[in-house]
Design a protein around this ligand. Structure first.
Ligand code: KIV
Ligand code: ZN
Length: 393
């Protein structure tokens, strides 16, 4: 028997906002039918919460929420709403058909938002929080409150606002980095402090929601998890306002690949990640960059000869995850000017050419000349090469 006590991994909830914060970005809008298709793919991932839109934003958004609510029954479904009665009514109406519904109500709490956007004093902001959360009680299964621009809010007022929301009945307190301004060290300290100082009933969830303006959304989300956050808000392919939201596939794979480090677990069916990402890219007409972590075309491809040699011998030499774990067909060795003989021989064998060392040395020379002229050597190029020509492009 082991003398060490094993602790069960902490369950982190995944709140997907692809269809709300993600779709809100310029160039990413979808018709209600497309949103339904993407919602099906997100449901197959087994996310805990799916934010499907902002009902009061437009009739199309309300319609998409209602259509999705009528069909998707795995995750809790959620609509965003400002802290105003009209928005909350619109969310309630759109979510009517959902099995489990969450209201996500928010108000800006930072001095910049209070003064320039809302033109409200702190007491008025607190009143709006209290009235909207209390007023929504009993009309939804769960209520989430977000203090928009929390990161740039005075600490004492942020605590007052969150305490007000939880006292009024909010079950989830979201602390967004609306403008992607924070750092892992700073957000770790913030979550530790908030969790210690806010008096909340057992089961209240502290949630993290990070934008990627400085390229740190995933790192910041992971730091918040380390400090006790129980929910991560994220979007597939990292889509969202400006530089985007925390990328769902990245935060999920970081938590699972480094479970030893984070001691946490999400319920995500990671084998569905690639299909969901691909469908989103096709539905919005925006393909993720080739080198995008986890789901980019290059994420499991190798061109350099040294890497290919290593991967052919044991893929763990250059891979920390398996392509199959995210549902990608398989890792691939891309043949190009950096490739070596091992990979060339392996690819030729799959095409039916079993060649000895002498022929390989000969063919390899022509291969390098051809590869210098091409970005990538395709199977057709290799067939032409073996036929003694290099003319197929
Ligand atoms: O970034 C943000 O602050 C938001 C809130 C509405 C949660 O998206
Ligand atoms: Zn956001």
């Amino acid at each position: 028997m082991s003398s060490q006590t094993e602790t069960a991994p902490r369950r982190i909830r995944i709140f997907d906002t692809t269809l709300r914060d993600g779709e809100q970005a310029p160039g990413f809008s979808m018709t209600p039918e497309r949103k339904l298709d993407v919602a099906r793919a997100i449901a197959r991932l087994n996310v805990d919460v799916m934010e499907v839109g902002f009902a009061a934003a437009s009739p199309g958004d309300a319609e998409a929420i209602a259509i999705i609510a009528g069909e998707i029954d795995g995750p809790v479904l959620c609509s965003l709403a400002r802290t105003v009665p009209g928005d909350i009514e619109a969310a309630e109406k759109a979510l009517q058909g959902a099995k489990r519904k969450r209201l996500h109500t928010f108000i800006g709490t930072s001095p910049l938002h209070r003064e320039f956007k809302l033109k409200l004093g702190t007491d008025e902001v607190l009143k709006r929080i209290e009235d909207s959360v209390r007023g929504a009680a009993g009309r939804f299964d769960e209520i989430e409150f977000s203090a928009e621009d929390a990161i740039r809010t005075e600490r004492s007022f942020l605590i007052e606002a969150l305490q007000c929301a939880v006292d009024a009945g909010a079950n989830v307190l979201n602390i967004p980095d609306t403008v992607g301004y924070t750092s892992p060290e700073e957000i770790h300290e913030l979550f530790s402090d908030l969790i210690a100082r806010i008096t909340a009933p057992e089961g209240t969830i502290f949630s993290t929601h990070n934008h990627d303006d400085l390229g740190m959304a995933v790192a910041n989300s992971l730091a918040a998890v380390r400090a006790g956050a129980g929910q991560v808000e994220c979007a597939l392919n990292g889509i969202g306002e400006r530089a985007g939201n925390c990328a769902l596939e990245e935060v999920v794979m970081a938590l699972s690949t480094r479970a030893d480090h984070y001691g946490a677990d999400t319920g995500i069916v990671t084998q569905e990640l690639y299909a969901a990402s691909d469908l989103l890219a096709k539905s919005t007409g925006n393909a993720p960059p080739r080198n995008k972590a986890i789901i980019g075309r290059n994420a499991f491809s190798h061109e350099a000869g040294i890497h290919q040699h290593g991967v052919l011998a044991n893929r763990e030499t250059y891979e920390i995850m398996r392509a199959e774990d995210i549902g990608m067909p398989a890792n691939s060795l891309v043949l190009g000017k950096h490739s070596g003989k091992h990979a060339l021989r392996a690819r030729l064998a799959t095409l039916g050419y079993e060649i000895g060392d002498n022929q390989l040395a000969e063919v390899f020379e022509t291969f390098k000349t051809m590869a210098d002229e091409r970005r990538e050597m395709t199977d057709n190029d290799l067939i032409a090469l073996m036929a003694g020509g290099d003319t197929i492009w």
